[in-house]
Design a protein around this ligand. Structure first.
Ligand SMILES: CC(C)(COP(=O)(O)OP(=O)(O)OC[C@H]1O[C@@H](n2cnc3c(N)ncnc32)[C@H](O)[C@@H]1OP(=O)(O)O)[C@@H](O)C(=O)NCCC(=O)NCCS
Length: 148
């Protein structure tokens, strides 16, 4: 793997991010959704770039003193190399610097890789949202992490 760069999302990343999104999710966000996120003052998106190619991204919304993680995805051929972990650590650092007291997210109850990733970084399961997802219909696990 070439050098890994973590940086904020730029307008020119959106085609690549939408491509990653379409590969990773059954209900992908559109390009327009990501364009709106660039204009959203509450939204923070980081991308991971390897040799000039965007291979992963992660987003969150800062809502008062809470962070809501919107999405995290890594291209399949770049998984299991710690890239999602680097992005999460970066988001935790951003939260620490912004007086955020806690972070939360939803994840499909069957998504073992993502649940393990979040647990590894201190997120705890606190409840479920029944039938939160479509394609296929599935419950969401709600996870929270305090920011110290
Ligand atoms: C979940 C995802 C983001 C993980 O990205 P990644 O860069 O491969 O993750 P990392 O290499 O940083 O792995 C960190 C930890 O996640 C867990 N993990 C990652 N892949 C896993 C797998 N296939 N099975 C089980 N646990 C896994 C492990 O706990 C791992 O720690 P370890 O290496 O010490 O065992 C990636 O698989 C992905 O993009 N999936 C599709 C999109 C998605 O489901 N996003 C989450 C939506 S809520």
């Amino acid at each position: 793997m070439g050098d890994l760069i973590i940086r904020g999302m730029l307008p020119e990343d959106i085609d690549q991010i939408a491509h990653i999104e379409s590969i990773c999710f059954s209900m992908p966000w559109s390009k327009a959704s990501f364009e709106n996120e660039l204009k959203n003052e509450l939204a923070y998106y980081q991308v991971a770039e390897v040799s000039g190619k965007v291979v992963a991204y992660m987003g969150m919304w800062k809502i008062i003193d809470e962070c809501h993680i919107t999405n995290v995805a890594v291209l399949p051929e770049y998984r299991n190399r710690g890239i999602a972990s680097i992005l999460i650590k970066k988001m935790i650092d951003i939260c620490r610097c912004s007086e955020i007291s806690a972070m939360t997210l939803e994840v499909r109850v069957s998504n073992e890789p993502a649940i393990n990733l979040y647990k590894k970084h201190g997120f705890l399961p606190v409840g479920k949202r029944p039938r939160y997802y479509y394609k296929p219909i599935e419950d969401a696990l709600i996870m929270w992490r305090k920011v110290d």
